[in-house]
Design a protein around this ligand. Structure first.
Ligand SMILES: [Zn+2]
Ligand SMILES: [Zn+2]
Length: 245
C-alpha cells in the first residue's frame, strides 16, 4: 500500500538502474543520472582532452595516444565511449554479459545513443552495425549483447541497424584474459562481411560494441567495413584507460 506521503507528493525515490538501490527521483532524466549515490561516485565519465581517434583521455588536446600513433593512418577508427572501464564498469559488463542480465542493455544503449547524438549524428548518411557474437555464444548467453545495444541505439536515434558482420571463430577464452599478442592472433579471420554488395560510398557506419580495450576488435571489423566502402566510426560503452589491458 502506498504511504499517505507518496499519494500526495508522488514517489520521492526510484531505484538505480544498475544495483537497484534507492536513488532520489529528482536527480535527472538522463540515464547516467539515474544511478544511486554509490554508483554515481564509482562510475567514471571519460575526461577531456582525449586522443582524437580512440577517445583515450590524454594530457594534451588534439593529440594521438601512443597506441594510435603506432597504428597506420588507414587503420585508425574514431571511437567514443561513455565511461572508463574501471571496477564499476567491469561489474556492469559482467552482470550483463556473463550473468545474462538483459535488463541492463536498455540503460547502456540509451547512454550510448545520447553520446552518439552529440558527436556523430551530424553525418549525412548513417547506419548502425555491431561486433557480433559467435552463434554458439549467443546460444549460451541467450542474446547477442552488442546487437541488442545496436537496436536500442537505432530505435532511439531513428537510424537503421544492419547485420553486416558475422563472427567465424568461437573462442573459449574471454578476450580480456588474453595478452595483446594472443588477442591479435585470435582476430585473424575471426569475422567476415556478410552484407550485400551495394553502393555505400561515403556512407558512415557506426560500429557498436561493449568494451574498447586495445581497439584491435574494432579495427579488425572496421577493416572489413572499409573494404565494403563504408566509412566506419565506433561507439563502445566502456573504454580501458591503459595501453594494454
Ligand atoms: Zn547503484
Ligand atoms: Zn588513441
Amino acid at each position: 500500500m502506498r504511504s499517505w506521503w507518496s499519494k500526495i507528493f508522488g514517489d520521492s525515490s526510484a531505484s538505480c538502474w544498475f544495483c537497484q538501490s534507492p536513488r532520489p527521483r529528482v536527480i535527472g532524466d538522463h540515464v547516467w543520472e539515474q544511478l544511486c549515490a554509490g554508483c554515481m561516485e564509482k562510475r567514471k565519465i571519460l575526461a577531456y582532452p582525449q586522443c582524437k581517434v580512440c577517445g583515450k583521455p590524454s594530457s594534451i588536446d588534439d593529440s594521438f595516444c601512443y597506441d594510435c600513433q603506432r597504428t597506420p593512418e588507414y587503420e585508425r577508427v574514431v571511437n567514443i565511449s561513455c565511461v572508463e572501464y574501471n571496477h564499476w564498469a567491469r561489474l556492469v559488463v559482467q552482470q550483463w554479459k556473463y550473468r545474462g542480465d538483459e535488463r541492463l542493455s536498455r540503460p547502456m544503449g540509451l547512454w550510448m545513443a545520447s553520446l552518439i547524438k552529440q558527436r556523430f549524428l551530424s553525418r549525412d548518411r548513417f547506419l548502425i552495425t555491431y561486433v557480433p557474437c559467435h552463434r554458439n555464444r549467443v546460444y549460451e548467453r541467450g542474446f547477442d549483447q552488442a546487437k541488442q545495444l545496436a537496436h536500442i541505439i537505432g530505435a532511439q536515434l531513428h537510424v537503421p541497424v544492419m547485420d553486416l558482420l558475422v563472427r567465424q571463430s568461437y573462442q573459449d577464452q574471454q578476450q580480456s584474459k588474453r595478452s595483446r599478442e594472443q588477442r591479435l592472433q585470435a582476430l585473424v579471420g575471426a569475422f567476415s562481411y556478410q552484407g550485400k554488395q551495394m553502393d555505400v560510398s561515403g556512407q558512415s557506419v557506426l560500429l557498436v560494441d561493449d568494451v574498447y580495450t586495445t581497439g584491435s576488435t574494432v579495427r579488425e571489423c572496421a577493416k572489413l567495413l572499409r573494404r565494403a566502402n563504408f566509412q566506419p566510426v565506433a561507439c563502445t560503452f566502456a573504454r580501458a584507460n591503459s595501453e594494454y589491458v
